[in-house]
Design a protein around this ligand. Structure first.
Ligand code: ADP
Ligand code: MG
Length: 769
């Protein structure tokens, strides 16, 4: 806040009047501003306040970029704006300036509460926006706050009521709306969604809708992104009807322009899945004087590649980042990577969007992205703001044709590179020996294997991704694993069975054995040994470390609850996945359920169902008619036939309807399940999933004072836990802990429904089936 000086009443009045006059002038200039006639080139050509101009100047923002020149005047005029412009083209300022200016012209004070809400899909991006706001808003009097997930912090409840500009991730913002008493949104002037298409994605849909429901409809809304997939429905959800579309939106979709920066040199290389790590390693070895980002499709792969490559010491400093790390680690890595000159960062899509790393030389996509939009955002981490940059994507022979076609549809045509045979070097033997020596690494390898296979399975674009063509065995070997973890489809039934089995009492089991033909339970003992039993039996004779058993235990649990595929170690039978079949009603719950269903039927079945007649008298549905009345109606046989045909017809109708409903329910269930899996994968990116404790970075009233280090706010009271040496300061542990407590989310994969499904699934699944 600008320093308060002591003024006389008279002086104060004069100051106020002068300020009012300035605001009036600005308003007139805004109104008169005609974007078509005015050729603004600099920020100072715009009708914006001195405070903002000063902040911009001090941060060396002088000249306008195209999106800024086109969108800022419209936003200043109060229009809703849907802005699209390439990555690195300056969209952040395009929405921040109108936010600050609006509140300035409205003479916003602490007393007015929340004036603007800025939503970002990731914590990292929210922090970055906050930093830019702090820079350019240095001379304003507003307070700003950052609310993102992932940290324990004392929440200053009464402070949030005085925050004017709030920046945050969707889940955390909603949480505050629900919990903070003083969080009043009724005055809100502006809503901004950065990376708008991502914010409006399925993953965030419910959260964003709930947030928007809390906001006044009269607000102004600004949406920005480098890609836009917004349907009109999405825009209607935000009550965006009379909006202005700006930026290169049309150009983005036109035939002769591309959605990626001109200064970006894009290439691709065809590599079979098992050779990917060799190529990556060679690439790193030959780019030791570069800054690289490598995108992989899951945090488990990031973790594995990071840990193994570190051991191989390529001669370039390595970092890794994914959504399951603790927030402090994420922030630290981000910061270090930003400042480093020669470094390689392995990452998931958590930083694919929006993050403004300075001077990244290469963006490598080790795994094919789910769609072209993700491709555009990933490569957009390089070649920002007119700078040079390069990108390389590794495509398997199966993905190559399909994905290149998808890219070509958006005018993106990367050039093909070939691997020099002379430079080809395999790191497979090294990986194998690393994993052989270190069971923990091997475990990470198995997780990486599974998560990759799974990521392909849940891809929506089946023309690009072919789950059934993954060379499982070679892929496993390429990770250094002695063999492919056996993969088994876990249909609904088998999960149910596993659960039932778990609930079955020993007594019942022995009963079952006694009563049944004998081939039902093949176990020799009366009790069934679960894989845990076996595991613990092994424990006594095993040469493995205590710790390894701990992590495999977690995995066993996780596989059961979480994965549609299971690990069945080939080298040793540590985890037994086969469960004996049972033909009797197994669990107590199942028995109870069967019983109660009968009871319910008896209680509410037809015999006692009443229908009310005109006099309000309840009568059973099939009440017997008076005999005389019946005979008066004519021949009894005929009546019987009529009655039967009427009822049959009715039943048929009901049957058809029932079947339809059942079918829809089934489809809906399948859709939901796949969606849940996708979300699980997206958890690498999606912050809302992992937000537990509230955290708030609250403004002091002067933006320049507000950037504080994470740790100053941290109030980490968690007990230190025993960790794996590769524990990665990761939230993952908590997740696994949760799973082992039995509280974990259960992710199931639908049993194949059609013959086609079945064929494509079974054809290439190795063993296990
Ligand atoms: P986008 O959101 O479009 O991907 P950003 O807003 O992150 O792009 O801006 C990309 C880079 O360009 C940032 O480093 C930012 O500081 C810089 N930048 C943006 N606008 C200007 C400007 N008018 N003058 C100088 N640098 C700018
Ligand atoms: Mg941006």
């Amino acid at each position: 806040m600008a320093k308060k000086q002591k003024h006389t009443t008279q002086q104060r009045k004069q100051l106020r009047e002068r300020e009012n006059q300035k605001i009036k002038d600005l308003e007139t200039r805004i109104e008169e501003y005609n974007p078509k006639l005015s050729k603004a080139a600099l920020f100072q050509d715009f009708p914006i306040s001195e405070h903002t101009l000063k902040g911009l100047r001090e941060a060396a923002f002088i000249k306008l970029t195209e999106i800024q020149r086109e969108s800022i005047p419209l936003s200043l005029k109060g229009h809703d704006v849907l802005g699209a412009a390439k990555t690195g083209s300056g969209k952040t300022l395009a929405f921040l300036i109108p936010v600050i200016e609006k509140l300035y012209r409205e003479k916003w004070t602490d007393m007015d509460g929340l004036g603007a809400l800025i939503i970002s899909p990731t914590r990292e991006l929210a922090m970055q926006i906050y930093e830019v706001l702090s820079k350019i808003g240095k001379h304003t009097t507003f307070s700003a706050g950052l609310v993102i997930g992932g940290k324990d912090a004392t929440f200053e409840k009464e402070r949030i009521s005085r925050i004017n500009i709030l920046i945050g991730t969707p889940g955390r913002i909603l949480q505050h709306m629900d919990q903070a008493v003083g969080f009043n949104t009724s005055n809100l002037q502006l809503l901004v969604l950065d990376e708008a298409d991502r914010c409006l994605d399925m993953g965030f849909k419910r959260t964003i809708d709930a947030i928007v429901n809390n906001l006044p409809a009269s607000r102004q809304t600004l949406l920005f992104s480098a890609t836009q997939s917004q349907s009109l429905d999405d825009l209607a959800r935000l009550s965006l009807t009379d909006y202005k579309q700006v930026g290169t939106m049309e150009a983005l979709n036109s035939k002769d322009s591309i959605a990626t920066p001109e200064t970006l040199q894009q290439s691709y290389i065809q590599v079979s899945l098992p050779d990917k790590l060799d190529v990556l390693y060679s690439f790193i070895k030959s780019h030791l004087k570069s800054k690289l980002i490598v995108f992989l499709s899951s945090s488990k792969q990031v973790h594995f590649v990071y840990e193994t490559f570190r051991k191989l010491q390529p001669g370039l400093s390595l970092m890794h980042l994914h959504g399951r790390q603790k927030q402090t680690a994420r922030t630290e890595t981000l910061d270090k990577f930003s400042r480093a000159q020669h470094v390689c960062l392995f990452s998931t899509d958590v930083v694919a969007r929006g993050i403004d790393f300075p001077s990244v030389d290469w963006v490598i996509q080790l795994d094919c992205p789910e769609d072209v939009d993700t491709y555009i955002h990933r490569v957009g981490r390089s070649a920002r703001f007119g700078k040079e940059g390069k990108s390389l994507i590794l495509l398997t022979p199966e993905e190559e044709e399909g994905f290149l076609r998808r890219l070509k549809n958006k005018n993106i045509e990367p050039s093909r590179l070939n691997i020099k045979q002379s430079k080809k070097k395999s790191i497979k033997p090294q990986l194998q020996s690393l994993l052989f020596k270190d069971p923990e690494l091997k475990y990470l390898g198995q997780k990486a294997f599974i998560s990759y296979v799974r990521s392909i399975y849940i891809q929506k674009d089946k023309e690009v991704f072919h789950f059934d063509k993954i060379p499982l065995e070679e892929f496993a070997n390429s990770l250094g694993l002695p063999g492919a973890p056996k993969i088994k489809m876990k249909g609904m039934k088998s999960i149910e069975k596993a659960k039932e089995l778990k609930n079955t009492s020993r007594q019942l089991l022995s009963l079952a054995k006694a009563n049944d033909e004998g081939d039902v339970i093949k176990e020799e003992k009366a009790e069934v040994r679960t894989r845990y039993d076996k595991m613990f039996e092994r424990k006594n004779q095993t040469v493995l470390s205590e710790h390894y058993l701990n992590i495999t235990k977690t995995q066993a649990q996780e596989d059961e609850d979480d994965d549609f595929i299971m690990v069945k170690r080939q080298d040793h039978e540590l985890i037994e996945t086969e469960l004996p079949e049972l033909l009797i009603p197994t669990s107590k719950r199942a028995q109870k359920k069967a019983l109660s269903r009968k009871a319910t039927l008896a209680a509410s079945g037809n015999p006692t169902k009443l229908k009310f007649d005109e006099d309000g008298v309840g009568r059973p549905v099939y009440e017997l008619e008076d005999e005389e009345e019946f005979h008066q109606k004519g021949d009894s046989e005929k009546q019987k036939e009529e009655f039967l045909s009427k009822e049959t017809h009715l039943m048929e109708q009901v049957d058809v309807e029932d079947k339809q409903v059942a079918k829809e329910k089934k489809q809906e269930k399948k859709r939901k399940r796949l969606e849940a899996m996708r979300r699980e994968m997206e958890a690498d990116m999606d912050d809302s999933e992992y937000e537990d404790e509230p955290v708030a970075y609250l403004g002091t009233g002067n933006l320049s004072d507000d950037i504080q280090s994470e740790d100053e706010h941290s109030n980490d009271e968690r007990q230190p836990r025993k960790r794996s040496k590769y524990a990665d300061s990761s939230d993952e542990d908590e997740e696994e802990q949760q799973l082992s407590n039995g509280n974990g989310k259960i992710i199931e994969v639908e049993e194949p429904q059609t013959l086609e499904d079945l064929e494509s699934l079974t054809a290439n699944l190795i063993g296990g089936l």
